[in-house]
Design a protein around this ligand. Structure first.
Ligand SMILES: NC(=O)c1ccc[n+]([C@@H]2O[C@H](COP(=O)([O-])OP(=O)(O)OC[C@H]3O[C@@H](n4cnc5c(N)ncnc54)[C@H](OP(=O)(O)O)[C@@H]3O)[C@@H](O)[C@H]2O)c1
Length: 275
């Protein structure tokens, strides 16, 4: 391990790596020397991130896949490990930001959110854990949300899946940390990405939001801690400028994301349903 490339020789798999926070994490881990497997559905965006990662002169593979599909999580791990070697750092970042009131939430949309935001992390974790346990080291990094800590109307099923993801993280951590396999959930406040559309429209100054690289820096900090150190497992990361991350902004955030479905970037109607 060298100081400027602390992750040299490590393999990271980033689920949801084609934009926003996931792309930022992939770039940061690559800059620290990790080989990176990128997974997402949008081929062109993924290829652009692949080029940025490759510029750090680390091995990289881009896997175009809908992780919500039946065998996709296991297939992604198999392909990543075949190309790069055993996964040392799994980053569960892909998520569907579907929000709305319970009485207007269709069962199909509830299931989609649980599939991508909870089942997929579970399946990816399950695919990498036996190897990590056997090798005696590994990191599971789940990207949750500060919204998982707040009770707000219009926030389900997103906030419920993220709360469950926090619980999954704590469970994985307690079951595996004595073997050298640690788990953290990083809980960002509002980050400047495509997830929340047009913050200005909702009276939010984008310059006061977090940048994806801020979240990526926290992930890098965690995964480069010495083996004797446990953190979290929940790590909130908030913008702290004067008018950021107030209750009002959480409401604004919900209003901003509820019209947008990250699956294919479809705009939703006023009740959170695809138009
Ligand atoms: N932005 C915020 O303010 C904020 C705050 C708290 C937490 N978060 C969390 O941060 C994470 C990343 O969000 P973001 O803000 O960076 O939004 P984003 O730019 O929309 O990123 C979402 C990523 O997930 C991928 N993805 C979505 N559905 C997928 C699927 N079915 N299969 C494979 N990949 C899929 C997307 O790629 P494709 O579309 O190419 O598949 C994209 O790479 C999410 O877990 C979100 O809940 C964000």
């Amino acid at each position: 391990m060298t100081e400027d490339r602390p992750l040299k020789g490590k393999v990271a798999l980033v689920a949801g790596a084609s934009s926003g926070i996931g792309a930022g994490i992939a770039r940061t881990l690559a800059a620290a020397g990790a080989s990176v497997a990128l997974v997402a559905r949008r081929e062109r965006e993924l290829a652009a991130v692949e080029r940025e990662v490759a510029a750090h002169e680390v091995p990289v593979i881009a896997l175009t896949a809908d992780l919500a599909a039946e065998d996709a999580p296991q297939d992604a791990v198999t392909a990543a490990e075949r190309a790069l070697g055993p996964v040392d750092i799994l980053v569960n970042n892909a998520a569907l930001a579907r929000t709305g009131p319970i009485h207007d939430t269709r069962p199909r949309h509830w299931r989609q959110a649980f599939r991508l935001n909870l089942d997929v992390p579970f399946l990816l974790i399950r695919a990498v854990l036996p190897g990590m346990r056997a090798r005696g080291h590994g990191w599971i990094v789940n990207i949750s949300s500060e919204g998982s800590l707040l009770q707000a109307d219009w926030s389900a099923p997103y906030s419920i899946t993220k709360r469950a993801l926090n619980a999954l993280t704590a469970q994985v951590d307690i079951e595996n940390r004595h073997l050298g396999v640690r788990a953290v959930a990083v809980l960002p406040g509002w980050v400047r990405t495509d997830l929340a559309q047009d913050p200005e429209e909702f009276g939010v100054d984008v310059d006061r939001l977090l940048d994806p690289s801020d979240v990526a820096d926290v992930v890098l900090w965690a995964v480069t801690l010495p083996p004797r150190v446990g953190v979290g497992p929940l790590i909130p990361v908030r913008p702290v400028s004067r008018n950021a991350q107030t209750a009002v902004n959480w409401e604004q955030y919900l209003r901003s994301v509820r019209h947008y479905d990250t699956v294919g970037g479809h705009m939703l109607d006023a009740t959170g349903m695809p138009e």
